[in-house]
Ligand binder design. Structure first.
Ligand code: NAP
Length: 356
């Protein structure tokens, strides 16, 4: 018997993350893409006519002729909304959807650090979804907002969470090499990045130093108690298309050697109810033993872009261990992560065809 799918809208569907949503939702078993929005200049145009499609996968047929609607709940009429809006726009518009009863799964930074908004990565912190009860009560929303992490925080948080639960983490030192698609489309001018590395990404270090603490924190009553470790981050933009690579050194509470850390990461599993979701990666973390992996070009599509790939685990003369972490920024770090969040909410009965 065919299952009736839940209608979903993508806000900001023409950008780097919006296009990923459109591609990943093409044949989703639970969700049906019914509405797309963009900025005013595109309103009324057909998606294929106005969108500069930049993905190697073909533009899904069903999306081609969808019109670009205004970014309002009255125009989209979908009970589930995936937001790929710039942060300032998200701050203004996402609450309107939540107020109208939609379940909003946002990629924007606007609400991430608000105490009643979860930064959800179901493999490591699915109990944080409970924050939406407080959120709805406090804000008097019929719907809710669930965010996913900044794209560089994603792989880092997954690995730190696995290490935290096995050995405890005291501090982490990170240097990121971030892909161009992380800057949106059209993003960084080619003359700025060709033959170059840009050692600054606005607000990125602040996010990377704070978000993983909330993400890996524990629910205490109706709030998240942030994890007690500290992070120092350097963020760099590099001329890679997709996939954020992070060189990470960690000091643990209980020292472990490289082999023990590799075993802990390999053994890491999502909880059973999360493993059952259509987009949950298997494995959550892949550890590669070669001395020159992971590499964005070769490893970013592991687990359909949802697996975090770790390699080069070795002793660190200053802290305990160093390693390299790779995560696909527009899939695990954005659209794929948001879809996984919506799957968890649907599995828990928090969304339906008629709304949140
Ligand atoms: P992007 O390529 O610049 O896309 C932004 C989208 O928002 C476009 O569709 C744009 O439409 C639309 N938009 C802009 N202003 C709007 C307005 N006033 N009303 C309605 N729509 C508007 O950006 P992105 O990289 O996809 O990022 C989207 C969000 O996800 C951002 O908050 C970003 O921080 C976050 N994020 C990005 C990544 C990543 O890897 N790229 C990862 C995690 C999170 P037009 O094309 O018509 O201008």
């Amino acid at each position: 018997m065919a299952v009736e799918k839940i209608p979903v809208a993508v806000l900001g569907a023409t950008g780097s993350v919006g296009q990923r949503f459109v591609q990943l939702l093409e044949s989703h078993p639970w969700f049906e893409l019914t509405a797309l929005t963009g900025s005013e200049r595109r309103a009324g145009k057909m998606y294929r006519e106005t969108c500069e499609w930049i993905l190697p996968e073909r533009l899904p047929e069903k999306a081609e002729s969808l019109p670009i609607l205004a970014t309002s709940p009255e125009a989209t009429l979908a009970p589930v909304v995936f937001s790929a809006l710039p942060s300032a726009v998200a701050r203004e518009l996402e609450p309107k959807f939540a107020e109208a009863g939609a379940a909003v799964f946002s990629n924007a930074g606007a609400f991430r650090m608000e105490p009643d908004v979860p930064i959800l990565l179901p493999e490591i912190n699915h109990p944080h979804l409970r924050l939406i009860e407080t959120q709805r009560r406090r804000r008097r929303w019929k719907g809710f907002i669930v965010t996913n992490s900044n794209c560089t925080s994603t792989g880092v948080s997954i690995v730190l969470s696995a290490l935290q639960s096995e050995f405890g983490v005291k501090k982490a030192f990170l240097v990121s090499l971030q892909a161009l698609s992380g800057a949106g489309y059209p993003g960084v001018p080619s003359l700025d990045i060709q033959d170059n590395v840009i050692p600054f990404i606005s607000n990125e270090e602040e996010k990377l130093e704070s978000e993983p603490l909330k993400i890996t924190g524990e629910m205490q009553g109706d709030a998240v108690e942030p994890a007690p470790f500290t992070i120092s981050a350097h963020c760099n933009r590099v001329a890679v298309r997709d996939g954020h690579l992070v060189c990470m050194s960690v000091e643990l509470m209980r020292p472990a050697d490289a082999g023990q850390a590799a075993e802990a990461l390999k053994a890491f599993q999502a909880p059973a109810e999360v493993r059952a979701l259509p987009s949950c990666p298997d494995p959550v973390i892949l550890v590669r033993d070669e001395s020159n992996r992971p590499q964005p070009q070769l490893d970013r599509m592991e687990g359909n872009g949802m697996t975090t790939v770790v390699g080069r685990i070795r002793p660190d003369p200053h802290l305990h261990l160093k390693m390299v972490v790779l995560s696909h920024n527009t899939i695990r770090g954005a659209a794929g992560g948001s879809i996984l969040n919506a799957e968890l909410a649907a599995a828990q009965g928090l969304i339906s065809k008629t709304g949140a």
